[in-house]
Design a protein around this ligand. Structure first.
Ligand SMILES: Nc1ncnc2c1ncn2[C@@H]1O[C@H](COP(=O)(O)OP(=O)(O)O)[C@@H](O)[C@H]1O
Ligand SMILES: [Mg+2]
Length: 341
């Protein structure tokens, strides 16, 4: 027989359980929302079906781009693929025909764009002015006062402290680009858009600019940098967006790329027949030959030991290096085949 108090405790247990379940559901619901919020705000740039039509052609064709805070995003595509137009839409220099975008997790683009620095097409330098005055001019245009300390810091940051008084017209292309980057930084942006900044630079200039990008990334600045040459960005980008004929073919992180690919040892020799024999005698199984160049894919192959074996066999090794060959091939295929330049 049940007593009143048993029934009451039975009821209260029932309600307590029901409330517990509801609370747990609510908890999951809230934590999912928080995660979703974090996920969304993680992206500094997110476009949805972003499109630009010139005449009848979609030169940017329904692209969904995702750039995460803190990363260097390599925007890769051949000339005419739609890189500049995309960056211009993000910067509001060109208005989209259709589609949407979110910047810093917000659709208040006007506000968000205050946190963006832009270097598109050319740095817009005044050739007759020195580096200091060029940055000063940019500060004045943006209404930034008392800029002396900032200008000196920026010159130091981009390695132009010794060229502060030199006229921009006497700068090398690399120096011009670094000055251009300094000018994108005057408003302390969280994101900078750099359109083909590496284009035309000599190897030294490329290294300096890459180092600068890494330095900016360490300061928490997100960078979108476009190029039509993969190699220029492969060493520094954390994520790649590959664009071809206006379509964003693929977005892929560097980690994903490396799991998809394997490294090749590339060896250039003078006597290919003899070299092939040496490699096979050496136990190399997985390799490809293109005239005097060999691509060795064996995971345990040791470049030093291969080199010694070849040299001991009287073969001249003009170069031996490692290369993510599959990454190159993958990109070329993504961008539409081998006539990629
Ligand atoms: N203002 C414009 N009017 C007409 N066509 C344009 C205009 N701007 C760019 N295009 C065309 O759009 C395509 C993409 O150009 P662009 O974005 O500059 O490519 P990328 O920067 O990748 O070289 C090209 O075919 C180009 O000729
Ligand atoms: Mg361009």
């Amino acid at each position: 027989m049940t007593t009143d108090s048993d029934e009451i405790s039975g009821f209260s247990m029932f309600f307590k359980k029901a409330i517990d379940i509801k609370l747990r559901e609510l908890y999951y619901c809230i934590s999912n929302l928080i995660q979703l919020g974090e996920f969304m705000s993680d992206y500094i740039v997110r476009t949805k079906s972003l499109t630009k039509t010139y005449g009848r052609r979609n030169v940017v064709d329904h692209i969904n781009m995702h750039v995460k805070r803190g990363e260097i995003y390599g925007f890769i595509g051949r000339n005419g693929a739609g890189k500049t137009t995309t960056l211009k839409m993000i910067a509001n220099l060109v208005s989209p025909t259709s589609g949407e975008m979110e910047l810093f997790g917000s659709t208040d683009l006007k506000q968000a764009r205050k946190k963006i620095g832009v270097l598109i097409e050319n740095p817009g330098l005044y050739p007759a002015m020195n580096a200091y005055d060029n940055i000063k001019m940019k500060c004045l245009m943006l209404g930034i006062e008392n800029s002396d300390k900032k200008i000196k810091e920026l010159l130091e940051l981009v390695g132009l402290q010794n060229a502060a008084n030199k006229k921009a017209k006497n700068f090398s292309l690399g120096m011009k680009q670094r000055l251009g980057v300094a000018m994108t930084l005057v408003n302390d942006p969280e994101l900078i858009l750099l359109d083909e900044p590496i284009n035309g630079l000599d190897p030294q200039g490329i290294v300096e600019l890459r180092d600068l990008f890494l330095k900016l990334q360490q300061r928490g600045i997100t960078i979108i940098v476009s190029s039509h040459i993969l190699e220029e960005l492969s060493k520094i980008a954390n994520r790649f967006g590959v664009i071809a004929s206006g379509k964003l073919i693929r977005e892929v992180t560097t980690e994903e790329l490396h799991t998809l690919s394997h490294t090749a040892i590339v060896i250039e020799v003078d006597k290919e027949v003899e070299a092939k024999k040496v490699l096979m005698d050496f136990g190399i199984e997985d390799f490809r030959q293109d005239k005097q160049t060999f691509f060795v894919f064996d995971k345990d192959a040791n470049p030093g030991k291969i080199n010694t074996a070849l040299v001991q066999a009287g073969i001249e090794v003009s170069s031996i290096r490692t290369q993510d060959e599959d990454i190159e091939t993958m990109f070329i295929n993504m961008m539409g085949g081998a006539n990629y330049v």
